[in-house]
Design a protein around this ligand. Sequence first.
Ligand code: DGY
Length: 318
Amino acid sequence: MRARLFATRRLPIDHAEVVDTGVLVASFEADRAPTSEELVDGARGAHAIVTQVSDRIDGSVLDRLPGLRHVAQMAVGFDNIDVAACRARKVLVTHTPDALTDSTAELAFGLLVAVARRFHEGQALVRTGSWRGFSPTLLLGRELVGSTLGIVGYGRIGRALAVRAKAFGMRVIASTRRDAPFAPDGVASHAPFARLLAESDFVSLHCPATPSTRHLLGDEELAAMKPGAILINTARGTVVDEAALVRALERRQLGGAGLDVYEREPVVHPGLLGRSDVVLLPHLGSATQEARARMAVCALEDACRVLRGEAPLHPVPD
Ligand code: DGY
């Protein structure tokens, strides 16, 4: 019987360049995420599926796909997948770390500059024809040099952001899971989470979505941030209590926010939508041609390995 692979979205590369001859490949063709019924319909009979962060893979989906052996998540984050349910059914789960590190760090840094220098308000002035020419007091922003960036989650992407921030003359501090200090790297120094919140002019989130990071930033933590600080989130929406963030922005505790991810994507808290001190992007962290091609190759190569009976190179961590 020929091995079958189903991709829940059209892939950004020609799969024929990566997938072994003989593997039958199909994908969901609409330009939106499939519903779980559509996913199950498309994946019926498949041995491997290539999934995206917008697909929910849980026990009920897995029970309807008895031949499935591998979920190849085309993302570094895999909080949309019930890994325990997969393991219980002997379905392997892989992801694509490394492939999107630079793209995501670049986007986080871009958001940081955009909020600090008020790109969003400046662009609105120009586009609406309301700009009246140069003014020495127009849209004064904040300089990065000499300011402190606090990075929450010092993994691949956090470290890549730290290097960029350091090159801009920022002081970089970082906190890690369980607040454990890390080996000195000449870029960032360790700060416990509470001190990081109190000292940082900019806080950028780079931790995974887990039960322990859910609402890591809520009312209390946002109130503990340096007055006027700017929050950047390119990690996962659930790390921030969005309603609490709106409250913190409304009382001007925070100076602004740059968000690429949301608690209930694609729904965005209405209190954020009208604010001029926030920059809102539609989950674009890894959205470069280079990263998306690497992610697709990484997911497909692991799928082929599993279909050949070999161990995948990028199983999700425990
Ligand atoms: C990831 O990889 O987790 C991003 O959120 C999507 O590319």
